[in-house]
Design a protein around this ligand. Structure first.
Ligand code: ATP
Ligand code: MG
Length: 251
């Protein structure tokens, strides 16, 4: 079992404090959901985990299996088994999906001292694409260029299946997906579910959590995880919104 542990994390952007002491621990084998009102720091947390340079960490720790994550650069975080599906995936013109996936797979296998078998890789990529109900033509398109919102999200899940990370973060992967695409994306995430995989799903809605049932649900409010529970928290938010959170935990 591996652990991703966030302890008393504080962070700011352009001098404005956003995270004010986040504590959160994810173990492999667990799926966590992170909810919370707009602008309270969910994406900030996800971006800091992936090493986005625009945030300044002012205190606390992030430990990936005891290793100081904040000391690692972005490629090393990815090699250590962390994966982030962005709220807004970037377009990479000039690099095809096939080339991108192959390079990413090569790098990850090299970390484990393995070499990529191209024939096996292509076969697996094709299988994963049909599993995700993606047109095989996508393999020759430039990464995310001109992709619809839903196609970009599926593309992120294809990367996920290729890389099989230890821990994955999904920042509103469900937003903008039609019902069928949501099912496909959930199916992709559920395929990795198991003892060697932990995930943090950032979402505003119950919908995706009906397909990927979380073991723990957290509410991030005013830069802190103010409460943790199970699915009953999701139901409470769906029914009552955030007023009760504000009353109970608001500064
Ligand atoms: N460059 C910036 N300058 C100032 N404030 C910023 C900057 N970037 C982000 N912020 C602020 O940081 C706060 C936290 O934003 P964040 O994206 O983490 O929220 P979130 O919880 O993910 O919200 P949402 O649910 O809307 O995605 C917001 O108030 C946002 O305006
Ligand atoms: Mg966000």
């Amino acid at each position: 079992m591996k652990t991703l542990r966030i302890e008393g994390l504080t962070a700011e952007i352009e001098g404005k404090p956003i995270l004010k002491g986040v504590d959160l621990e994810i173990k492999t084998g667990e799926i966590h959901a992170l909810m919370g009102p707009n602008g309270h720091g969910k994406s900030t947390l996800a971006n800091i985990l992936m090493g986005h340079p625009k945030y300044t960490v002012t205190g606390g720790k992030i430990l990936l299996d005891g290793q100081d994550l904040l000391e690692m650069d972005v490629p090393d975080r990815s090699k250590a088994g962390l994966f982030l599906a962005f709220q807004y995936p970037v377009e990479i013109p000039g690099v095809t999906v096939g080339k991108f996936l192959k390079r990413a797979a090569e790098i990850h296998m090299a970390v484990r001292g393995e070499k990529l078998n191209v024939t096996k890789f292509i076969k697996q990529a094709r299988e994963d694409m049909s599993f995700l109900e993606m047109d095989q033509q996508f393999i020759n398109r430039y990464l995310n260029e001109g992709f619809s919102g839903g196609e970009k999200k599926r593309m992120e899940i294809l990367q996920l299946l290729t890389l099989k990370p230890r821990f994955a973060l999904f920042d509103e992967t469900d937003s903008g997906l039609d019902i069928d695409a949501l099912k496909v994306v959930s199916k992709g995430i559920n395929r990795l579910r198991g003892d060697d995989f932990g995930a943090l799903i950032i979402t505003h809605y119950q919908r995706i959590l009906n397909y990927i049932q979380p073991d723990f649900v957290h509410i991030l409010y005013q830069g802190r995880v103010v409460t943790t529970g199970g699915s009953e928290l999701v139901t409470a938010l769906e029914e009552k919104g955030y007023d009760w959170v504000k009353e109970k935990y608001g500064a």
